[in-house]
Design a protein around this ligand. Structure first.
Ligand code: MG
Length: 254
């Protein structure tokens, strides 16, 4: 099931994309699927007639996982020479960094080196159903500030630095999915979630030993090799097999 959050100009609503095989339609549901069972209103809308929003606005936190693909650790070795972490390397992104599909990633004037990082994101559900589903994330990172600051709150925390979408897919086996990042249509990252050093169940369990995981919290699971800079005017896409494509334009803060 593909759960989307969308607007037609008024308050955000939720719907299920592709219900009954209608891939280009969204079946509207009542309430917030994080807290209420899926119940259809009977209204159906054309997918291209709505604006998709970030499928979830985390109430409390976006948890990031650093250095979770061996090939990415290798490519970063010149900048931060450290071995693979012995346990998941955890950081936080503020929920104010979350944007949705087609919202602009805004490059702040403090950085000249804003990178994309395509990632699988886990969306936490209710206590009785720990994982609600999965979506695509772009863990946008000001690489120069990451090196300069030593810790990562600023480098990864700017407004618009956590695009999520296009929707949440439930009932998905994420143990071996292809993840591709494209910059202006050119493939720059091409990995598989089977290459995660710490897999999703391990990450959820590890994060649970630190934080209370609330419904709507998100865990970004780490990025494969191929990270690189984005310029204003470019468009970045993160595509994950079985989920879909998250695309965002890049602009400079005016
Ligand atoms: Mg990352």
């Amino acid at each position: 099931m593909r759960i989307a959050r969308f607007t037609t100009g008024d308050e955000p609503r939720y719907g299920v994309v592709g219900q009954d095989g209608a891939a280009d339609e969204i079946a509207v549901i009542t309430g917030d699927p994080l807290y209420t069972p899926i119940q259809y209103t009977g209204e159906r809308l054309a997918l291209d007639g709505v604006r998709l929003l970030a499928p979830v606005i985390p109430r409390s936190k976006v948890i990031g996982i650093g250095r979770n693909y061996a090939d990415h650790i290798q490519e970063m070795a010149g900048q931060m020479s450290e071995p693979p972490p012995p346990e998941p390397l955890v950081f936080l992104k503020p929920n104010t960094s979350v944007i949705g599909p087609d919202d602009p990633i805004v490059r702040p004037p403090q950085s000249t080196e804003v990178h994309y990082e395509g990632e699988l994101a886990v969306v936490i559900g209710r206590l009785c159903q720990v994982v609600l589903g999965y979506t695509c994330a772009n863990d946008v990172t000001a690489r120069d500030l990451q090196r300069k600051d030593g810790q990562w709150s600023r480098a990864k925390g700017f407004d618009s630095f956590c695009p999520l979408g296009p929707w949440i897919v439930t009932d998905l086996d994420v143990s071996d999915l292809r993840l591709i990042t494209r910059l202006d249509g050119v493939t720059v990252q091409d990995g598989r979630t089977s290459q995660l050093l710490f897999d999703v169940p391990t990450l959820v369990a590890h994060a649970s030993t630190i934080f209370t995981l609330l419904p709507g919290d998100v865990i970004c699971t780490g990025t494969p090799a191929g990270v690189g800079p984005m310029r204003a005017g470019q468009r970045v896409e993160v595509e994950i097999e079985g989920i879909g494509t998250l695309g965002n334009p890049v602009v400079d803060r005016s």
